[in-house]
Design a protein around this ligand. Structure first.
Ligand code: FES
Length: 117
């Protein structure tokens, strides 16, 4: 069954939405952010140790709102590419999640729609 994340028009600059991506055998935490009038979605897993990035619900941005930030060791990621530009996983990137947009409603992908790297 499709899991709705949110209406696209409900997103405002720096919005964050958490959701899960489910397959037959596992469930992955994921999140979506709205940045410079585009949405981006990633698995909620820091490339450094695999922990969730956020320490508070639906808060992923750095204080200045320019980057996504890992709460454990402070790695900074570009919101639009997921690339780490500072921190212990410099040069690694967040795994993108292929959110489905159906008539302005955003849904979590099915298991075959996850982007593999
Ligand atoms: S766990 Fe994310 S920077 Fe170390």
């Amino acid at each position: 069954m499709k899991q709705k994340i949110c209406d696209l028009n409900s997103l405002t600059e720096l919005s964050c939405k958490e959701f899960t991506v489910q397959s037959a055998i596992l469930e992955k935490d994921a999140f979506l952010v709205y940045f410079k009038q585009h949405y981006y979605a990633y698995e909620n897993s820091c490339p450094h140790t695999g922990v969730n990035l956020n320490w508070q619900k639906e808060q992923f941005f750095s204080f200045d709102g320019l980057f996504l930030q890992c709460s454990l060791h402070g790695a900074l990621f570009e919101p639009d590419s997921g690339v780490c530009i500072r921190g212990p996983c410099l040069g690694d990137r967040l795994k993108p999640v292929n959110v489905v947009n159906e008539s302005g409603i955003l849904y979590a992908p099915g298991s075959n729609e996850l982007l593999e790297q």
